[in-house]
Design a protein around this ligand. Structure first.
Ligand code: C5P
Length: 236
């Protein structure tokens, strides 16, 4: 569940209403910029772990420092950097994620964002990234795996190809999940372009589905979350 809120009280109030239905809470740049590590502390106390989605993308030394600080926060189970930061940056992140964790303790899993799910081929081309999204994404996933990253954030459309290239153990986290509405019509895409339903995500091999607005903007968020949980269970 993506907690895309502008303050910790509103995020916590919402999270408490659905904490028994979600596998993990995602704290992204909006909430973290507003509330900082206090958000991780309060949200992780609700039970489900925290995915700290800050998508670091900087020079290797700076990313290493940021990953070290993030990994030291208790309750963080998943965190991420941008694969487009390149080999040296990914290597620095992999080293840093284990560095601050005591021997024997669980460390957070490190994910690499491949290509944002809001981008399509045209917007990729405009930024100088050629070729179809799928081949770019699989190439970035292979690089991340080779360097010891635990998994990737990618769209459902690329999940099967990533699974094939990177194996069973590699984590695949898919945002841009949009359930069909009750009439079978695809629901609002918002700013996402490479979208898919929860059923499609599970069948394509996703380990975690990231859902924000389909639940946040629902008239009845608990019912919307429950419907997605049921759809996931039925698709397995
Ligand atoms: O509201 P919606 O379901 O589109 O939310 C998706 C969430 O996943 C947002 O918090 C967004 O930051 C995040 N995300 C994404 N695409 C990525 C990585 C993360 O949409 N590639």
């Amino acid at each position: 569940m993506a907690l895309d809120f502008d303050s910790l009280p509103s995020a916590a109030k919402f999270a408490k209403q659905i904490s028994d239905l979600v596998g993990m809470f995602k704290i992204g740049s909006q909430l973290f910029t507003a509330a900082g590590p206090a958000a991780v502390k309060e949200i992780s106390s609700l039970g489900p772990g925290v995915f700290l989605d800050l998508k670091f993308h900087d020079i290797p030394n700076t990313v290493a420092g940021a990953v070290l600080s993030a990994a030291a926060m208790s309750g963080v189970q998943l965190m991420n950097v941008h694969a487009l930061g390149g080999r040296a940056m990914l290597e620095a992140a992999v080293q840093a994620i284990s560095a601050g964790v005591p021997m024997g303790a669980d460390r957070p899993r490190l994910l690499a964002v491949t290509i944002l799910t809001s981008m399509d081929q045209k917007s990729m081309r405009e930024t100088g990234i050629g070729g179809p999204p799928k081949s770019r994404v699989v190439k970035l996933a292979r690089l991340a795996k080779e360097l010891g990253v635990d998994g990737v954030v990618a769209s459902v459309q690329e999940a099967r190809a990533i699974r094939k290239a990177c194996g069973r153990e590699f984590l695949i986290v898919t945002p841009a999940v949009r359930p069909d509405d009750k009439n079978g019509a695809a629901s609002k895409h918002d700013d996402q372009t490479r979208t898919a339903t929860p059923t499609e995500a599970i069948r394509a091999g996703a380990d975690y589905l990231v859902v924000g607005r389909p639940i946040l903007a629902a008239a009845d968020p608990r019912a919307a979350a429950q419907a997605i949980v049921d759809e996931i269970a039925a698709a397995k």
